[in-house]
Ligand binder design. Structure first.
Ligand code: HEC
Length: 140
């Protein structure tokens, strides 16, 4: 009986390992399935802070201050400029004329994470849309 139990445990274990391998190979990319808040916490909070006021742990190490993302609307005269924000977050179309962009080029980062092909681009759009909606929800 004891032998049988451990045999079944092995089978279960193998099933578990192979199904999780299958899951990762079929869909290693799931960022587009996260909510905007989850994506924010995972990829943005390190610099912009958990409450988005620009006080993440990495911010201290940067030579410039990290913007408060709860004041985007106030700073642009009470309008929430979602198209512009999408472009800023994506970063691939934005040319930094002076100085350095310290923020990663998320459009590229997410595109690579999502597989780097044509379908990946659709998922990048979803990810960035979710982030922008999250930012909208936290404006002061
Ligand atoms: C490595 C630190 C870092 C991370 C991580 C980071 N940012 Fe930034 N972010 C910055 C800095 C610094 C700026 C100021 C512009 C610059 O130098 O790149 C900025 C600027 C911005 C701006 C423009 C704000 C304004 O006032 O115009 C937005 C919007 C933004 N970030 C959103 C995000 C989002 C969304 C994420 C996560 C996907 C993110 N950031 C992750 C550092 C970071």
């Amino acid at each position: 009986m004891a032998h049988q139990n451990s045999f079944f445990r092995h089978i279960l274990c193998l099933l578990f390992i192979s199904s999780s391998m299958l899951l990762t190979s079929v869909h290693a990319q799931v960022i587009d399935e996260y909510s905007g808040q989850e994506t924010y916490m995972r990829y943005c909070a390190a610099c912009h802070g958990v409450s988005a006021v620009g006080d993440g742990p990495v911010a201290r190490g940067l030579p410039i201050s990290v913007p408060d993302l709860t004041l985007l609307q106030q700073r642009s005269g009470a309008s929430f400029q979602e198209d512009l924000l999408r472009k800023i977050i994506d970063g691939r179309e934005i040319v930094v004329v002076h100085g350095t962009r310290y923020m990663p080029v998320w459009g590229y980062e997410f595109w690579v994470e999502e597989g780097g092909n044509e379908e990946a681009q659709e998922r990048v759009d979803t990810i960035v849309d979710n982030l922008v909606e999250y930012l909208r929800s936290i404006q002061r």
